[in-house]
Each structure stands twice: as structure tokens, then as C-alpha cells.
Write a protein that binds this ligand. Sequence first.
Ligand code: SAM
Length: 259
Amino acid sequence: MDTVSDCIYDYPKYYDLVFGADCAAELDFIEACAEHFASGTVKRMFEPACGTGRLLYQLARRGYAVGGIDLNPKAVEFCNARLERRGFDDRAQVADMSDFKQRRKWDVAFNTINSFRHLSSEAAAHAHFESMGRAIRKGGLYLLGIHLSPTSIPPSETESWSARRGHLSINTHLWTLDRDRRRRVERFGIRFDVRSPTKQFRIVDELVLRSYTAPQMKRLLARSGCWEIAETYDFAYDIETPIEVDGSCEDVVYVLRRV
Ligand SMILES: C[S@@+](CC[C@H](N)C(=O)[O-])C[C@H]1O[C@@H](n2cnc3c(N)ncnc32)[C@H](O)[C@@H]1O
């Protein structure tokens, strides 16, 4: 199989198939959190690091005003083209989630699959919570989904999944390259094996993510001063089943409320 080393985010069509195939649980969870934990009416939803806007588009279809930002222009173009094609006025913009401004405040924001960990320093992570604090109204929410580094059990090392649309199928594999606990840097290999009737090839990339233990995350959030932890969940996205975050937790969704 031909192999290219490239940034997977530069292939929005493939990314969107791999991650957008089944979003129903995430979408229902976002709406359930809005209902349970936000004050007032929720009509406006925002996603930092929105990528292809797989969730924004579905939320627009559910009647919300939506907006997002992402660093990758190809992803933003894909996101906006789909919104425009389906008749929605809402748009995403190219911006850095550690330093951005929004013209109007949003009710609820979400960032569900680890994108926050792309911010490579404590300063950038802190600046992100400050920017988010300016973007979300008081009583609004920020749902932050990340993989924490467990301290009482070994971390997961690999993950594989598949997605198909029509004749296009993509097998995805993610594996750990190394973890530097002292520098809090984790490197992962990721590959998409793309198969269609006319072509077959592999895209290989490396993801570099900052790591967080549960106490490191708690300290960072406390330092931001504008977010309280309203509740915590895992990636089962079951609103009736919150979790207690401890050293064995990996998948965590923090329901943060703007104070
Ligand atoms: C794993 S994807 C998630 C995309 C989308 N949130 C989703 O759930 O499908 C991570 C995204 O983070 C974006 N990203 C990385 N660093 C960023 C930054 N500093 N500011 C904004 N976006 C960033 C990438 O371009 C990529 O689209």
C-alpha cells in the first residue's frame, strides 16, 4: 500500500468520515448537559478546535446557532462549505484556541476529543481558559473531554476503529510512541488506511499532546478563576452516570460552568 507521511487534519473528508460516523451519543450528551447544568436558555453553541465541524453541523440541524474556530484552514473550509451547502448562515473561523475573541458571547461550548491537549504549554492552556472565559456567558458551560494520564493503572497503548461511507472505507489505528512524564509530552502514531474502488493508500502522522494527571488538571482549572467543575463524566456520555475522577481515570468529560 502506498504510504504518505502527512497531517491527518489536512484530509478533512477522511477525518470527517473517521470521527463523524457516529456522533449521536456526543450530541445527545451536549444537549443533556445544557439542560441539566446551564442557567437560562441555551441557543448558541461554540466549539474551539472544531475541525470539520462534524458536531457543529449536526447541532445547526437541531436548531442551534453555532460557531467554531480551528487552526487548520482546510478543516475550516470543509466545515463552512457544508454549513453553506445545507443553508446555514453560521460559520467557523481560522484562529488559535489559546488566543481568540468572539463578537457575541456563547451559551455552551464543547471540545470533546482531546483537542485541548494540542496546546503544548501550561501558558497556552491557561490562556485558552481565559479566552473561553471571555467567550462564554456567566452560567454557561464548557464541556471539555480529554484522556487523562492515569496514575494508579497503566495507560491504554493502542486503539483501532473503522468507518465506511458508500464505497469509501477507512481503518484507523492509533498507538503510543513515547511518554515523557517529566516534560508532560506524549507522542502517538496515527494512520488512516484509505480504500475506495479507485485507490488504496495509507496516511501516517504523529500527534504530540500535552499530558495531564487529574490533580494537574484540577490545579489548572482552579488557576483560571472563571470556571467551576459542575460535574464529571466518562466517554460513555451517560448523563445519569457521573464519575468521580481518581488516579484510575483516563476518559473524562469535565462539565465546566462559567462563574
Ligand atoms: C482531534 S481534532 C478534533 C476536531 C473536532 N473538535 C472534532 O471533535 O471532530 C483536533 C483539532 O484541533 C485543531 N487544533 C490544534 N491546535 C489548535 C489550536 N491551537 N487552536 C485551534 N485549533 C487547534 C486541529 O487543527 C484539529 O482540527
